[in-house]
Structures are given as structure tokens and as C-alpha cells.
Design a protein around this ligand. Structure first.
Ligand code: 9MR
Length: 744
């Protein structure tokens, strides 16, 4: 039962606004509106472009124009209201209409509750008469169809005269499932829904309240029991709020498809046991980058028909970028040709900070493969890309697509801040979902340079120079010049930060501590050049929180350990100590939690993109394996993949196409199948951002209230904070699956 007091409202007949708080008489009294008091201003509300609105003193007031052919030509609304089929919903709100309209010349306003997509199944659509006297209205109706994307709107198009409509105290109650409730994660037996390696570790988790071990059976595709054992009671799992058991069936080494794990009456999703399952995942996780390229037509011959599309952002109408992009108004007076690169994520911005990390991970995956004798990983023909028979390793070809773009973002010689790198190029305003890249009509702007972006180019340019020297000396030289120039510019401008709030039409990627980027760039530059001037800037420490686009400190250690013979012994020894200590901690996190996640945040919260935290932590564990060849580290790296592929609190594989219940509605403007069935889902091998306990989008706020951190996730295209796709998340999956594929 809701703890919220109920509202009993006096309706249209009353001239006064009277509300009484009483204890609700029935259970289905859940509040369905966010910020109905307007205490948070206009947050969660929108109004149509012809109806500008603002909030003052708890009232949202909108300037309604006269005219308009349809009643919905002027609207105020809230989206993503969860509706349940057959449930009754009751709206109350107080309204006035003033301006040219007086109490005697009343305005018509329709209160509408419906699903926001055709055929717009409607719970109510009620015409009300609003006057200059504050009046509280009550409207009820039953939702014919359920869905997460209900829309409450106030529609007033077609007015005889313009007027000001003010709303306050908006409440919509109803439904049988409380906010955040009613989620069914299916079987309590959680496995890697894709595959286990024949000779590798095989772990599962069981959600069960029992304090004693439980018998388990492994069944083959015909239902024959092939192995049995007992669970280990892991106990209460803080991140999921579940009581969990663990199962180890590593002893089973018979390849096959359609295996299931059974505990009591519950059965897992099916999975295979096979020799090298991660080769396919590595390929798909990498091919994502081709499908996501900007500035080139995506060819069906490589991407498949469903993912083929015209080139985006090559200056052809309606595109207004990226071949001659100006700075934001008031910025520089030059334009840059910044074609190419990868689109960052669900949006079509291109960000140097994040692009740097993603390119680095692809290049590092190549360099690892080169040094460890992983011929497939270091080879040509690894991926499905136009360059896969050009005699150059595909990981280099694909990363070059981004590195070239990163260099294009550098401020030209002779301009203020020459050598610095523009932080990002993004649309001036958010585009609709879906919008194919070639159909984006927004102006695009270069945002001011930042030290963080500049150091991302310094680091990846140096790495590029080192790796390309044997394939394309001219390109390698260009990378090195760009890197060295960027480094000098960063030293000259060491504290130029991107604004923390710059998130219209693109994300902020703000970072006000660049000591970690200085260290990472210095390590890469030193590894490539041996120039001792860089040495003293190598200072960062692998943080026990792993690494991310914002915190690159661990990338220093990973770079030093990639090329230990090039660095002073003391640096190598210190990097090794730190990486092993951090890896040990991540391994413990995996073993001690109910589900094998190396990520156990100190504050208990899962951040935006938590799946990349998991995969990046596993890269540190994998590096510990490369250093020691201790099996426990390889097993734990695979454990993180098990987590990502279904052995988790949600019974969810976060990788499209990999598992019975796999994410496929990640936020994307290209692959928006959820909104338009004619479009494909994201390509196989696309990793979702994953649980984010801060509930940073409206769908998450509506539907995940009270979630345990590891369950704060929805496979819904509008839940961008839990379910977007992004290059730095796929690069972490590509690195990790590459490690798994490239080691025995
Ligand atoms: O991955 C980013 C995450 O760490 C931040 O918390 C979040 C909010 O600033 O932004 C994420 O990055 C998004 C970027 O700003 C815009 N493109 C989509 C990215 C993934 O959601």
C-alpha cells in the first residue's frame, strides 16, 4: 500500500481549490507523476514549441497561442508514465486560464492519458473548462493497454484567443504495481546464457533463501543428467539484495549445445559448452565499430543488409557537418574538417575524451595480441570491414578510423590555443530517436579545446605512432607529430576544463583532474620515443576503482606493463605491484559476491555504464594473468564475462544476440527497433551500459524506484542512463573477449 496520503479533490463545479488529505481507502494509489508539485521546476515536463512555459512558485504557466487546427497543436505533458492494462487512473490538478481569457470567457483544455505511440490507446481524454478562478479537477479512466511509455498531457490547441494556462498540484494515481515493483527476473538459476569454454571455469548463481547447500543437476539438450553436485551458500548479496548460492561445474568438459542447470524445480536458460566461444564475441564486439562509423557508407557486404546505411555527416544535405564545422557561436573563427571517427553512443556526437579511451583499448588489444602470439587478434581478416584484406591488422585499421578523427580535432597552427584539441563536436540540440546519421539536420559545432582532450590525443597519437611504424610510416609520423604537439600544448595550458554542464545535443564528458591524463600520455609518449623528458610526468597510480574515460590513471600502469623493457625497472616494479594488488581485490569481489562481478563500489552504488566498469576491472585482472599466468586471474576474467552474459541479479545478458534474454533495446538513433520495427536492433555484440543505481533518466525514475543497485536496469530505449550503447563500453567488451579468445 502506498504511504502517500490520498487526494480527494473537488471538481469542476467548485469555484475554489479544495484538497483534503485522507488515508487512501484502496491499495492502488500509487503516484505516477514525477515532480507534480513543480518543486523541481520544469524537470520531467515538456511543452510544445508554440507553448513556452516556465515555473514560478510551484505553478507551471504556459503561453497558449490562439488558433491551431488540432487540440494537440498546443500541449503540456509528461512522458514515460507507466500504465497497466485494465487499471484505473485518477488525475487531479489545479488550473487557471488568464490573460485575454477571463473567468467568464473560459478556455477549453483536454486532459489526456494515453500511450504515446500509435494507435494511442487512451485511458481518458476529457474536455475541461478552465477559468480565471483556480479550480481543482479530477478525471479518471481505465488504461486499455499497458506500457512504460504512457503520456499525460494537457491539450489546448484551437483557442479563440491566446491565454496563460497555469497548472499546479498535478497528481496521477492508480495501478496495482508500486513504483519499482512487479519486476520478474525469471528463473533463480543464473548462468552465462551464451557459452562456457570446454576447459574453462563454469560458474552459476542461484537465488534461494536456503541456508544449506542445495543439490544441482546439469542436463544435456535431451534432458539427461550429466553431472550433479551441491551449491555453496554465498549468503546475502548486498548489491542485489538477494540471498545467493554459487555452483561450480567446471569439471564438466564435454562440448555440447542446449545444456541447462537445474536446482529444485528451477532451470536456467540454455547454454553451450564449446572450445573457443569468445572468438565470435570478439569479432562481433569489434564489428560494432564498423557499423558505427561516421563519414562513410556502411556497406552491406561487411555489415549485412540490415545494418547498411548511407554515409553520415559528410556535408550532404540535410547534414550540416562534419566537413566544415565552425566553433560554437562566439568561439573560434575557423572551421575544421572533422569527418570520420565513430559516433559516441546513442547520440551522434564525437568526443575526443571518450574516443581516446576506445581507440586506446582497440590498439592495446592489438599490441597485446602481438606480444602474446595471438595471431588472430594481431591479424588481418579478424573483422568484417573493408580493410580486412589490406595486409594491415584489422584492429589497427579500425582504430585508425578514430585516430584520424582525433587528429582532425586539433587546433591548427597559427590559431589561439594551437595544438590543443577540441573537446567534442556535437549537434546543437538533441535530435529525435530514431534519426539516421545522414538525416541529421542539426547544425554541429566544435566545442572549446580542453586539456583532457588534448592529452587523449597525446596518448593515443603516441600509441598510434608506435604501432603503425611498421605498416605506414607516414601515418605513424603524422600521429607522433600530433601527439608531441598536443603534449606541448597541454603543458602550456594544463588546466583548461570542459564545462561541467554542457549537455544540450551531446554529453559533457567533463573532467577537472587531468593529472591522470598527463601521466598516461607521458607513459605512451615515453614508450614510443624514449625521450627522457616525459619520464617525470609518469606519476599516476592504478586506482582501486579501476579506470574510465574520466580516470585514466590505471592506463599508465597498463602501458608500462605492456612494454616493460622500455621503462625504468622501478616504474615497472611499482606498476606490477599496483596492478596485482588491484587485481587481487577485484578477484575477491567476484568470489565474495553472489554474482561474479569484480566491481564492488565502495559506496555500494552502480554508476552509469557500470558494465564497462566490470569489463575494465576484468582487463586489470587479465593483465595480472599476463604477468603471472596464474589460473585464478584468467578464471576471474572469464567470470566477469559470465556476469555480463547472464550470471547476474537480473538474469540478463547485456550483449545483443548473446543469450536467451539479451539486451536489444539499447538507446540508439540508428538501431531503434523498439520504436520502429522496420529498423534493426543494435548489432550482435553490442553491450549495454548496465545497472545505474542513481536513476538518471525519467524511465528509470518511474520504473526502478527503490531498486537494489545491481538491478537498476531496464532494456528500454528511453532509459539512456541504464541502457545506452557506447564506444568505450564496446571497446572494453572487445578487449576482454579478445583476451578470452586469445588465451587458453
Ligand atoms: O559514460 C558517461 C557517464 O560516465 C556519465 O556519467 C554520463 C553523464 O554525463 O555520460 C556518459 O556518457 C554519455 C555522453 O555524455 C554522451 N554520449 C552518450 C554517453 C553514454 O551514455
Amino acid at each position: 500500500m502506498s504511504k502517500r496520503p490520498g487526494w480527494v479533490a473537488v471538481g469542476i463545479a467548485s469555484a475554489l481549490s479544495i484538497t483534503l488529505n485522507v488515508v487512501p481507502a484502496h491499495a492502488a494509489d500509487y503516484q505516477r507523476i514525477l515532480n507534480g508539485s513543480f518543486a523541481d521546476g520544469e524537470t520531467d515536463w515538456w511543452s510544445s514549441g508554440n507553448t513556452p512555459s516556465s515555473v514560478t512558485d510551484g505553478q507551471l504557466c504556459a503561453q497558449v497561442p490562439a488558433g491551431g487546427t488540432a487540440v494537440y497543436s498546443s500541449m503540456i505533458g509528461q512522458n514515460d508514465v507507466p500504465l497497466e492494462a485494465g487499471q484505473k487512473y485518477t488525475l487531479t490538478f489545479t488550473a487557471t486560464a488568464t490573460g485575454t481569457t477571463t473567468a467568464t470567457t473560459a478556455a477549453a483544455v483536454h486532459a489526456v492519458l494515453q500511450l504515446a505511440a500509435a494507435p494511442y490507446p487512451t485511458a481518458f481524454n476529457k474536455a475541461l473548462t478552465v477559468t480565471g478562478t483556480p479550480t481543482t479537477f479530477t478525471v479518471s479512466g481505465t488504461a486499455p493497454v499497458g506500457g512504460l511509455h504512457g503520456q499525460l498531457s494537457f491539450q489546448q490547441g484551437g483557442a479563440a484567443q491566446p491565454f496563460t494556462l497555469c497548472l499546479s498540484g498535478v497528481s496521477l494515481t492508480g495501478g496495482a504495481i508500486g513504483p519499482g515493483g512487479g519486476r520478474d527476473f525469471g528463473s533463480p538459476v543464473r548462468v552465462n546464457q551464451y557459452a562456457y569454454e570446454t576447459d574453462g571455469p563454469k560458474q552459476a548463481s542461484i537465488v534461494d533463501p536456503s541456508d544449506s547447500p542445495l543439490p544441482w543437476s546439469l542436463l544435456d539438450a535431451s534432458g539427461n543428467v550429466v553431472s550433479t553436485g551441491e551449491t555453496r551458500v554465498s549468503g546475502m548479496d548486498a548489491e542485489s539484495g538477494e540471498h545467493v548460492h554459487r555452483v561450480d561445474f567446471s569439471a564438466v568438459r564435454t562440448p555440447g549445445t542446449g545444456y541447462t542447470l537445474a536446482v529444485g524445480a528451477a532451470t536456467s536458460y540454455p547454454f553451450t559448452i564449446e572450445d573457443d566461444p569468445y572468438a565470435a564475441l570478439r569479432k562481433d564486439a569489434l564489428d560494432f565499430f564498423y557499423d558505427d562509423r561516421s563519414g562513410t557508407a556502411i556497406d552491406a557486404a561487411y555489415a549485412g543488409t540490415a545494418y547498411a546505411r548511407p554515409a553520415g555527416h559528410l556535408g550532404a544535405a540535410p547534414n550540416r557537418g562534419d566537413t566544415s564545422v565552425p566553433c560554437q557561436p562566439g568561439g573560434c573563427d575557423y572551421t575544421l574538417d572533422v569527418r570520420g571517427g565513430w559516433y559516441d553512443a546513442g547520440d551522434q556526437g564525437k568526443y575526443v575524451v571518450n574516443g581516446g579511451l576506445a581507440a586506446w583499448q582497440l590498439m592495446d588489444s592489438y599490441e597485446r595480441a602481438l606480444h602474446t602470439g595471438d595471431r588472430a587478434g594481431a591479424g588481418d581478416g579478424l573483422m568484417s570491414i573493408p580493410e580486412n584484406h589490406n595486409g594491415v591488422p584489422d584492429l589497427l585499421d579500425e582504430s585508425r578510423w578514430e585516430t584520424q578523427f582525433l587528429m582532425e580535432m586539433q587546433v591548427p597552427v597559427g590559431q589561439p590555443l594551437a595544438g590543443m584539441v577540441h573537446h567534442k563536436v556535437t549537434d546543437a540540440a538533441w535530435t529525435a530517436i530514431p534519426t539516421r546519421p545522414d538525416q541529421d539536420a542539426q547544425p554541429r559545432y566544435l566545442h572549446p579545446p580542453s586539456t583532457a582532450a588534448t592529452l587523449n590525443l597525446a596518448a593515443t597519437g603516441a600509441q598510434c605512432a608506435r604501432l603503425w611504424s611498421r605498416y605506414d610510416r607516414a601515418f605513424a609520423a603524422k600521429c607522433l607529430t600530433a601527439a608531441a604537439t598536443a603534449w606541448k600544448a597541454a603543458l602550456a595550458h594544463p588546466a583548461v576544463y570542459a564545462p561541467a554542464v554542457d549537455d544540450v545535443g551531446g554529453g559533457a564528458y567533463a573532467d577537472t583532474d587531468v593529472s591522470d591524463e598527463f601521466s598516461w600520455a607521458a607513459a605512451e609518449l615515453y614508450a614510443t620515443t624514449h625521450d627522457p623528458r616525459y619520464l617525470r610526468y609518469i606519476t599516476a597510480h592504478t586506482s582501486t576503482a579501476g579506470f574510465s574515460w574520466q580516470d585514466t590513471s590505471a592506463l599508465t600502469d597498463l602501458t608500462v606493463l605492456r612494454l616493460p623493457s622500455r621503462f625504468p625497472l622501478a616504474l615497472v616494479a611499482a606498476a606490477r605491484r599496483r596492478v596485482l594488488a588491484t587485481a587481487d581485490r577485484f578477484v575477491r569481489n567476484e568470489q565474495e559476491q553472489g554474482f561474479p562481478n569484480p566491481n564492488l563500489p565502495s559506496d555500494g552504488g552502480y554508476v552509469w555504464g557500470s558494465n564497462s566498469v566490470t569489463a575494465d576491472d576484468a582487463q586489470i585482472i587479465a593483465t595480472a594473468y599476463d604477468l603471472t599466468h596464474r589460473r585464478v586471474y584468467r578464471d576471474a576474467s572469464i567470470g566477469a564475462l559470465d556476469y555480463l552474459l547472464g550470471q547476474n541479479a537480473l538474469n540478463q545478458s547485456f550483449v545483443t544476440g548473446y543469450g536467451s534474454r539479451a539486451s536489444h533495446n539499447q538507446q540508439s538513433r540508428i538501431w531503434a527497433n523498439q520504436l520502429n520495427p522496420a529498423l534493426p536492433t543494435p548489432p550482435p555484440g553490442t553491450m549495454s551500459g548496465g545497472p545505474d543505481s542513481a536513476l538518471q533518466d525519467q524511465v528509470a525514475q518511474q520504473d526502478l524506484a527503490g531498486c537494489a543497485p545491481a538491478t537498476c536496469y531496464l532494456d528500454d530505449i528511453d532509459s539512456y542512463s541504464t541502457n545506452e550503447l557506447a564506444i568505450n563500453w564496446n571497446s572494453s567488451l572487445a578487449w576482454l573477449s579478445g583476451f578470452a579468445a586469445g588465451t587458453d
